[in-house]
Write a protein that binds this ligand. Structure first.
Ligand code: FAD
Ligand code: NAP
Length: 313
């Protein structure tokens, strides 16, 4: 029987593992289907993690020392994809790909989220080299420069507003004439002088060279006219997929409370409504989707697991 099963080995899961094992739990497994590190390993740099100020290091370099530190105190890595988590009586059954099962007293789910891709030409080529899905992470690279934002939902408009305080101009490209975002958010954006709404339009192509993105072609879907925008960063906000599949039950519902958008409901202790089941990182409600906050969540969840097990003993 595991004291704790941690699912997902990004910043949240690794930190949860560090705190759980260093806090005295001896039987803790981290189920990570790939190499530990999480989404940030796809990033060419990280500039906003306090205490780490090395411009020539990639997200992969950044996570390398995390692995060494987090496994130092006895955390075990099971390189397996978890299929499901089920509460059976007082404990949990974790089923991995292939059908093998593990019993655990507690579970911390840290499976993260994935920003959706829009599917235009050049999006994958220049992802991380001018095409971004994170304004908090990459907005500063475009200080006093123009940027383009794709999307018409709450995230796109809120992030456009955030960028408008850093960048010279923000061009919001949306495929329809009506915005999906809440009316007060749209009003706020429309009042900002340096945000320009370009409706009935799509990104036809992200263009660039070996150095990265150099500009975007924007197509008006009513006239088919194409406008080229030079020297712009491109931020894509067309929705997120929260990786909550492991929490689905066999009837298609969830084993714990989840919002309409798929984020797991937790309190400030990272507790779900199911005793012994905790969340950390991008999967939880109102996650800021930052490495530093995912790590903070992981530490909170692990400390709560230790208290929970002490109360059961
Ligand atoms: P993740 O990092 O998503 O880790 C989840 C892990 O769970 C993954 O390793 C995945 O393989 C594993 N997993 C998922 N499902 C299963 C399963 N069923 N079984 C087993 N394992 C599973 N944040 C910043 O603070 N600063 C930045 O500069 C920054 N830049 C970014 C750049 C890019 C390109 C991207 C994509 C993100 C960036 N972020 C940045 C955001 C940051 O990476 C995330 O907020 C953070 O990684 C979330 O951590 P997490 O542990 O919750 O989830
Ligand atoms: P969203 O509501 O699904 O909006 C995605 C936007 O991207 C839509 O405008 C959509 O266009 C557009 N889009 C989707 N696929 C596209 C593609 N391939 N090419 C071009 N455009 C594309 O996603 P979100 O904005 O991330 O929000 C997700 C949920 O979180 C929503 O329920 C939202 O209300 C909520 N949220 C709330 C807040 C808040 O309350 N403060 C903040 C952020 C998010 P169409 O409109 O034409 O479909």
């Amino acid at each position: 029987m595991l004291d704790c099963a941690i699912i997902g080995g990004g910043p949240a899961g690794l930190t949860a593992g560090l705190y759980a094992t260093r806090g005295g739990l001896e039987n803790v497994a981290l189920f990570e289907m790939g190499m530990p590190g999480g989404q940030i390993t796809q990033s060419s740099e990280i500039e906003n993690y306090p205490g780490f100020f090395e411009h020539d290091k990639t997200g992969m370099d950044f996570m390398d020392t995390w692995q060494k530190q987090c496994f130092h105190f006895g955390l075990k890595h099971e390189m397996k994809k978890v299929e499901s988590v089920e509460k059976t009586g007082e404990h949990f059954t974790v089923t991995v790909e292939g059908g093998e099962t593990y019993e655990a007293m507690t579970v911390i789910t840290c499976t993260g989220s994935v920003p959706k891709r829009a599917g235009f030409k050049g999006e994958d080529t220049y992802f991380g080299k001018g095409v971004s899905t994170c304004a908090t992470c990459d907005g500063f690279f475009y200080k006093n420069k123009p940027v383009t934002v794709l999307g018409g939902g709450d995230t796109a408009l809120e992030e456009a507003f955030f960028l408008s305080n850093i960048c010279s101009d923000v061009y919001v490209v949306h495929r329809r004439g009506e915005f999906r975002a809440a009316p007060p958010t749209l009003d706020r954006v429309m009042r900002k002088e340096n945000i320009h709404l370009i409706t009935d339009s799509v990104i036809e192509e992200a263009v660039g060279d070996a150095m990265g993105l150099s500009g975007v072609d924007i197509k008006n879907t009513k006239t088919n006219e194409i406008t080229h925008m030079d020297n712009t960063g491109l931020f894509v906000f067309v929705g997120h997929n929260v990786n909550n599949g492991v929490l689905k039950d066999d009837k298609g519902g969830f084993i714990c409370d989840v919002t309409d958008w798929g984020q797991v409901v937790v309190d400030l202790s990272m507790k779900t409504n199911v005793p012994g089941l905790f969340m950390a990182g991008d999967i939880r409600i109102e996650a800021p989707k930052q490495v530093v906050s995912a790590a903070g969540d992981g530490s909170i969840a692990a400390l709560q697991v230790i208290s929970y097990l002490q109360e059961l003993a």
